[in-house]
Design a protein around this ligand. Sequence first.
Ligand SMILES: NC(=O)c1ccc[n+]([C@@H]2O[C@H](COP(=O)([O-])OP(=O)(O)OC[C@H]3O[C@@H](n4cnc5c(N)ncnc54)[C@H](OP(=O)(O)O)[C@@H]3O)[C@@H](O)[C@H]2O)c1
Length: 236
Amino acid sequence: MEIDGSHVLVAGATGAIGTALSAELASRGARLALAGRDPGRLARAARTHGAAATAVFDAYDPGSCASAVHRAAEELGGLDAVVTVFGTVAFGTAPSVGDEVAEHLLAVNALAPAAFLRAALGTLRDGGAIAAVTGVVAERPMPGMADYSASKAALGAWLDAVRRETRPRGVQVLDIRFGHLDTGFADRPVAGTAPPLPPGGDLGAAVRAVADALHSGADRVVTAPDGTYAPERHAR
Ligand SMILES: NC(=O)c1ccc[n+]([C@@H]2O[C@H](COP(=O)([O-])OP(=O)(O)OC[C@H]3O[C@@H](n4cnc5c(N)ncnc54)[C@H](OP(=O)(O)O)[C@@H]3O)[C@@H](O)[C@H]2O)c1
């Protein structure tokens, strides 16, 4: 996908990764629509990035996720890519996390991104892309993060299957598997307390890798053991 002049919806644009990715895409000439759950924070993000449209969504309301996609497509005059960068985490053993929090993680981290991307598949212009931040836990589930890992693995599996469905249409399906980044995300869990974590990766390098991957048509962005980010093709 040519980023310069493209129309991109960033869902979760008020977060740290969403902010950095929006800035990176705007600097490469993308025209942005931004989605978030908080109208005030969303308006500030839109001003920062010169976004052409905004839409508020509720992760528990898949209709609001689809409406955000349709509104962005209308306001921008078509969409080339939809990227989901929102999510939440909980820490603790599986019994301590419990069913209610587990359900919350699945709703916010798997079902809501899928609702955005499902709507995008019916809306994207030819040669478009859908993308979502999952994480290394999607392939290496972590103790003390069982339900967070499961929610990210669920989204990763959904992306893998949809990639095979949509390959004949030429739609890019990008799974962004970042390792730990010092964005403060781990300090904002819905339950529990983060264990000691290694130093975080370079957020600037991470979002540049996503923009490069959208440009090159990669299937995944993976985090190498040395903390660098690499595109992967034909993941399955
Ligand atoms: N940071 C890392 O180490 C890391 C590594 C791998 C993957 N990830 C993934 O990257 C994504 C963003 O993380 P981040 O580092 O940018 O963290 P962040 O700054 O805390 O951003 C989290 C984003 O998710 C939104 N969000 C949280 N709960 C939500 C809900 N119930 N409904 C709708 N939106 C909700 C937040 O909205 P508000 O601004 O309104 O709070 C914010 O936009 C997450 O999916 C995370 O799993 C992060």
